[in-house]
Design a protein around this ligand. Structure first.
Ligand SMILES: [Zn+2]
Length: 239
């Protein structure tokens, strides 16, 4: 099992760990602990590097397989041995952009639910840009500017972003979490990680976020598309 350090400290950029499993065919290395986000919830996996035996290897992606996080190496070089110590480093510029983007998406969710009662149904992001789908029948062109102003007011409000890990039964009692479809979580999950933009948004979420909305930067609502009568897709970029 890999201890997922990013769940407790999203600002961790480097770490030391031990090799616990190897995927020889795909050049994957599982570690006992990691700061690499393995992807999920619309947030792409981290990139970075692992250093062992004095050589630095690029990690092109990470992925969670079972309860282990595997780190996939770029080059055709010898893999470390089981039990060997490695030093990990994230591509921090990219990861921090993803943290700002992910928090921006939650600001958008929070604002659209608060102001229009519309629920989010999905989303996807890349560094500094993202899209979110809403059940938002009344969305129209004139709202684009209004939404943009409202989300940027939340950036300027410098709201703290709080991460908690709760027992499942406690999380299921929080009304805000029920609306974000927490009931879809698989039965076997005994703990629920929550991300709260204090006073605006609360979601069950495994991703990495900035600690305060002021770190996000200016959010631009770039475009929206109708995906049917009710479903609307909103595109944002971060500047
Ligand atoms: Zn999220």
């Amino acid at each position: 099992m890999t201890e997922q350090l990013y769940q407790y400290n999203s600002y961790l950029q480097t770490f030391d760990a031990m090799v616990t499993a190897l995927d020889e065919e795909n050049r994957g290395i599982a570690l006992d602990r990691t700061a690499f986000y393995p992807g999920g919830g619309g947030q792409p996996a981290d990139r970075g590097s692992l250093q062992f035996e004095g050589i630095t290897y690029a990690v092109t992606r990470a992925r969670k397989i079972g309860d282990q996080v595997f780190h996939f190496l770029e080059w055709e070089l010898t893999l470390p041995s089981l039990g060997e110590k490695v030093h990990g480093q994230l591509d921090w510029e990219r990861r921090y952009q993803l943290m700002r983007t992910h928090t921006a998406m939650h600001i958008l969710c929070g604002v659209i639910f608060r102001d229009y009662g519309a629920s989010v149904t999905g989303g996807d992001m890349d560094p500094l840009q993202g899209r979110m789908d809403f059940e938002f029948e009344t969305m129209h062109k004139d709202l684009v500017e209004k939404i943009e102003q409202a989300v940027n007011r939340e950036v300027a409000a410098a709201r703290p972003v709080r991460v908690d890990i709760l027992p499942r039964e406690d999380a299921f009692r929080i009304p805000d979490l029920i609306r974000t479809k927490i009931n879809l979580l698989p039965e076997g999950i005994t703990q629920v990680r929550t991300v709260e933009i204090v006073g605006l948004d609360l979601q069950a979420d495994g991703g990495t976020h900035v600690a305060n909305t002021s770190e996000v930067g200016h959010i631009r609502v770039v475009d929206y598309k109708s995906k049917g009568k009710i479903n609307k897709r909103i595109y944002v970029s971060i500047e």
